[in-house]
Write a protein of this length. Structure first.
Length: 96
C-alpha cells in the first residue's frame, strides 16, 4: 500500500493545528505557531527536526491517537515530509 502526500488544502486545518501544537510543545521548539501550517516541512529548513525528534513524535502520536508509526515503514519519507502529510496519515489511521 502506498501513501501519497496530500495537498495541504485537503487536510483538516484544525487537526493540522492540533498536531503542530503537540509537536511544538513536546519538543519545546522556539517557533511561532502562526508560521506553521500543512505545508511546513518537518526536516531541514522547516521545523528542523532530526531522527530523534521524529521518534519522539511517533511515540506521542501512538499514545494520543493510537497510530503506530514504525521505523521500518517504507512510507516514512512521505508520511513525515510535511506537517500536512503527517496529519493526513494520522487522521486516516487513528482509532476512535
Amino acid at each position: 500500500m502506498s501513501f501519497e502526500n496530500p495537498q495541504p488544502s485537503s487536510v483538516d486545518p484544525g487537526f493540522v493545528h492540533e498536531l503542530a501544537e503537540l509537536i511544538i510543545t513536546a519538543l519545546e521548539l522556539e517557533i511561532a505557531r502562526d508560521t506553521v501550517g500543512a505545508d511546513t516541512v518537518l526536516y531541514g529548513d522547516g521545523l528542523g527536526l532530526d531522527s530523534i525528534d521524529v521518534l519522539e513524535i511517533a511515540l506521542l502520536i501512538s499514545k494520543r491517537y493510537g497510530v503506530q508509526l514504525r521505523a521500518d515503514d517504507d512510507r516514512n519519507e512521505a508520511i513525515f515530509a510535511t506537517l500536512g502529510s503527517l496529519a493526513a496519515y494520522v487522521a486516516a489511521n487513528r482509532s476512535g
